[in-house]
Design a protein around this ligand. Sequence first.
Ligand code: AKB
Length: 318
Amino acid sequence: MTKETVLVIGSCGQLGTELVEALRGIYGDAQVVASDIRKSDNPVFEAGPFEELDVLDEAKLKSLIERYKPSQVYHLAALLSATAEKNPDFGWKLNMEGLFHVLNAARDMGIIKKVYWPSSIAAFGPNTSRFDTPQFGAMDPTTIYGISKLSGELYAQYYFNRWGVDTRSLRYPGLIGYKSAPGGGTTDYAVSIYHDALTTGHHECFLGEGTILPMLYMPDALKATLDIMHAPADQIKIRSSYNLAGMSFGPEEIAASIAKQVPDFSISDHPDYRQAIANSWPAVIDDSRAREDWGWKPDYDLDRMTQDMLENLKPLYS
Ligand code: AKB
């Protein structure tokens, strides 16, 4: 039996770092090719092949696909919401051209069997219902990141309908984890708040009280990502992107959860440009289609996540 090879593009980011580790546990270290524009110093990247790849370099991407013959590609390279707002031209270029290079390679080279590409709650906008945000409904994103995610969803669906490229995607909420740092998102405060709790005991939040956003703990995000990729093709009935939910909270609720374990913890807020981005996003997502179609169910709520985050971060600061 030939062993399956998996290529992860944009592997050194928050999700990629943990996904490479999880995939290597399933397929074997040598079978998972990690790639990014530059290598991070996380030891996970020493365990198997790593290739420097700028996904905008289509010729290099194709030569890596020829060389390693991956049957699955996870394409994660992107600018997130807050960073893309600072450089919208490059945000659009990287997020869209990178996706086209991967989709075209899957369509034209006859090597890749499945493509995973993440969308986001940012694909929704101010005219979306904020509570119980439905799978299908008004989508009018106002950030360049959200516009690129909604466009990408439609392209992924088009490549599936027109050329049979097996595209799979999730609309991630904010992702929270302790193993790797987030980079440039509007939901990132929900990671730094845990580090602050264990260092200064105070967090100044760039989002104001009452800013409820959907969030997901990293073990659940990894489970959802691997489950949708491993599900039989006929169970994937939505080829744009699936709504996905774990929990929803505002800064004062995560602070209260932390204060149960770090009694003197305090929070204040000083909202900046990210407040307007957060205000345009949903608060609570309806992910019933993911549950019905391929059995999605999260394991973590806010308090369980807080306990796990603090337990795992404590050794870093003791
Ligand atoms: C961001 O905040 O930009 C991301 C996202 C919700 O896609 N975490």
